[in-house]
Design a protein around this ligand. Structure first.
Ligand code: ZN
Length: 192
């Protein structure tokens, strides 16, 4: 999947969360940081691709990406697994503990937004031809459907024509069906 699709898939988890969970009061800062964390989480597993989108989001990222690359192995190994998600959760927790000294946001919400983004990435990649080594270091790549030929090729027709617009429609549908709740959330629950 392309970075664009991963961003949208990550965002979809937030939409889904708002629709299915009771609304809670958050600060505007928490909302914005959580949204950013969600986007970063959504592309973070592609840290093992030196040209991956995640590297374009940090200064000198592409150079850094090429330096780190040999240590992470080829594309879709540890960062695309449950173990990788666990390690990422430890890293994000450590980062949030540090930023908490000067960034006044609800760490729990930001953490959740990041992890939802991260997991959405693995789920989306599971639908692609390459599959996902969920149980790394067990060298098996899982895919849905199990027949490789029926899965999606990254950046190709099905992704551009079906997956991306499909996710867009799904978001639109959820927002339309629950627009009162979304308005409520923005008006009364996101406080300055
Ligand atoms: Zn990926």
């Amino acid at each position: 999947m392309t970075g664009r699709t991963h961003d949208l898939a990550a965002f979809t988890t937030i939409t889904f969360l708002i629709v299915t969970q009771p609304l809670i009061h958050i600060s505007l800062a928490t909302g914005l940081v959580a949204l950013a964390a969600n986007m970063i989480g959504g592309v973070a597993p592609d840290i093992d691709q030196p040209t991956g989108k995640v590297w374009h989001q940090v200064p000198a990222g592409t150079i850094l990406g090429r330096l780190v690359h040999p240590f992470l192995g080829s594309h879709r190994t540890i960062s695309h697994s449950i173990l990788g998600a666990f390690i990422a959760s430890l890293i994000i927790k450590a980062v949030l503990n540090y930023t908490h000294t000067f960034l006044l946001v609800d760490n729990g919400i930001v953490y959740l937004a990041f992890m939802l983004g991260y997991v959405s990435h693995l789920v989306m990649d599971t639908f692609t031809k390459e599959g996902v080594p969920w149980l790394f270091p067990v060298p098996i790549k899982f895919g849905i459907p199990p027949v490789k030929a029926m899965r999606i090729t990254t950046g190709k027709f099905i992704e551009t024509i079906l997956v991306f617009p499909g996710l867009l429609l799904f978001n639109g549908y959820l927002m339309y069906m629950n627009y009162g709740k979304f308005l409520d959330f923005i008006r009364h629950y996101v406080v300055r």
